[in-house]
Design a protein around this ligand. Sequence first.
Ligand code: TYD
Ligand code: MG
Length: 454
Amino acid sequence: MAVTGKQKSVWFCTNCGNEYPKWMGRCPACGEWNTIVEKKIESGGKFRGGMPVSGHGPRPLNEIDSGADDRISLNNNELDRILGGGMVRGSLVLIGGEPGIGKSTLSLQIPLANPSLKTLYVTGEESERQVKMRADRLEGDASNCQIYSETSIEDIVGQARELMPDLMIVDSVQTMFTEMADSAPGSVTQIKEVASRLLRLAKETGIPIILIGHITKEGYIAGPKILEHIVDVVLQFEGENRGAYRILRSIKNRFGSTSELAVFEMTGHGLRQVENPSELLIPMHEAGLSGTAISAMMDGTRPFLFEVQALVSSAVYGTAQRSATGFDARRLNMLLAVLEKRAGFKLAQKDVFLNMAGGLRVSDPACDLAVVSAVLSSNFDFPIQETYCFAGEVGLSGEIRPVSQVDRRVMEAERLGFGKIFISSFSSSDFKPKKISVVKAADIPALVKALFRE
Ligand code: TYD
Ligand code: MG
């Protein structure tokens, strides 16, 4: 680290956030050119990034109090669950999402639902009156919530130390700035500095902080991924603006699982928790439509069922189109190739469109079986009975592979009144279902036989 006189500098990459002791033309970490910029560090003290250090030497691990059980409930089951059982004191939680998705609404609902928590709501984006107008639409008790319209992080940290709230919300990181850096609010230097200051505040005072951040079109939080490294928890708000459903996904969680997701519905009075997503993500159209199949998927600890929709039609132009919404397009191509090569379905000249209902984005491999079934159903124009559902991964040789926690999926399907669930022959299951019948298939031809030629 260069030390000249009273001021020190570090250089860091505006794309990936890596730090270097000197300037370079190209970032060795991410390979981008001209992204390394200088950052001046105030004199006095060592540059220590965002985390406050303990100030004493090494200590035995088993004597250190983790503080992780010191959680506060936000009086919102979905949020508490996705955070891993409430918000950890002194944690910095980032809620990211596109503009208009409901980040401000969700975070304002927290103090309204928790009058016992003294909350400091910092708004840099909207005026006090705008916040008040929003609060009037929502239900709850605003008596213990302080609204602070400010964008200077120095002033905000000062106020927080004075007020010592039980919870703090900062909306949004892009509007905040520090006087210590020259660049404009929203720039990488500013965002990094603002988040580090808030992290330090959280760790030093124990105040849990919710930080709101906009996501750019590319899906990055604040452009580069810098923020994700700094904060303890990253929750991402997703959903189609047209639809009312919003999914909050945990991307990073230092205090819990990252496979959780929470579902909300935007209503005229704010976001409503959807505690049983299956009932909402399941079809709303008439029965007997081809091209749909229900998948029994897991989101972390919770099973839920939702609809996969496919449309297969003859390609009008030379090359067939393939498009997938909410599902990995490469995975769709792989599944189509398996259908063609291993099961003999001629799909090369067909357009294939795939959609996950409810604006959901799916990465559970157990969804493969429903995708394949929906594609075949559309291709044959043969509807799948609406009481059937699927849970299985499809391998390259057309085999149907077992999936994790198959019992939980079968149980959930049974609970929701499904009549049949299709799973892999290789699944080992101890669960003895009473009402639902479990159909086991070893490969695609066996599935087709069971599904369409019964
Ligand atoms: P907002 O929380 O402002 O989004 P963000 O902070 O992520 O930019 O929510 C914006 C949308 O939500 C806006 O289009 C209006 C709608 N909305 C409702 O439908 N019902 C409500 O009760 C509220 C407060 C907002
Ligand atoms: Mg907002």
